[in-house]
Design a protein around this ligand. Structure first.
Ligand SMILES: [Zn+2]
Length: 246
């Protein structure tokens, strides 16, 4: 590449970040880390069963360690599991092709039950204030077939979702972070939520959601936005179900 083209490419990198990443090699966990990922995922499932599905959305890193240490049904997080969690939380994500903003800077981030409201029948929480108000308005404007499919997620919940994706992608971090934000980069930790059509199950988390009547109605509303549209520069797939709080 000659110098002029190189400098142009450099200047354009933020705009074309997603395409640029396609030219880079996918980043994988090491074999050892992948083995650790398996034991970590099993422990996270035990923790989720112990604290309950809804509470697991809010649980902090410190609480997770506390429960592991004190309840044999979960078992203590090993040092290599903790190291993997820290790597996934702190490591720079550009190398994976993820260019979103960091939303959480403290691995021990706490979310108090006073800051959130539980949405009955969903197993999920919303932040009080704008998120809660927007959801109520959405139900009114779109109709009762619209449901909350994921709300507030603290670090451990985001980590759990991310690790599941990593496992399913054979430890390919680049691919996993295309589908879900790394643990320190989720807007679910500070504001946003996901919605779906009642009874649609996993299809609510596919591009098919964009063909629903519910989505058509949502597009016309001016008090919410779509965080990950088709042309987003974060390196995230199209997520019509993810509501951006504005
Ligand atoms: Zn989302």
């Amino acid at each position: 590449m000659n110098r002029r083209i190189f400098l142009t490419a450099l200047a354009l990198t933020p705009l074309y970040a997603k395409d640029f990443s396609k030219n880079t090699k996918d980043v994988y966990l090491s074999y050892r880390e992948y083995q650790t990922l398996k034991s970590l995922n099993i422990r996270l499932v035990r923790l989720r069963k112990f604290v309950g599905f809804a509470n697991f959305n809010l649980i902090s890193y410190k609480e997770a360690i506390h429960y592991g240490r004190n309840y044999s049904r979960i078992g203590s997080f090993t040092n290599i599991e903790l190291s993997l969690i820290e790597k996934l939380f702190f490591e720079s994500t550009e190398q994976y092709g993820f260019f979103g903003s960091q939303t959480c800077f403290n691995i021990e981030n706490k979310i108090s039950t006073k800051e959130v409201v539980k949405i009955s029948g969903t197993g999920h929480y919303l932040f009080k204030g704008k998120a809660e108000e927007d959801y109520k308005k959405l139900k009114k404007d779109v109709g009762n077939t619209l449901v909350l499919t994921s709300g507030v997620r603290n670090v451990m919940k985001q980590l759990n979702l991310y690790c599941n994706k990593l496992y399913r992608n054979g430890g390919n971090i680049t691919k996993a972070s295309l589908d879900i934000a790394p643990p320190a980069y989720s807007y679910h930790t500070i504001s946003d939520f996901d919605v779906g059509r009642r009874g649609w199950g996993y299809k609510n988390f596919t591009a098919d959601f964009a063909s629903t009547f519910e989505f058509e109605k949502m597009k016309k509303l001016d008090y919410i936005s779509m965080r990950y549209n088709k042309s987003n520069n974060d390196g995230v797939r199209f997520e019509p179900w993810h509501v951006e709080i504005i």
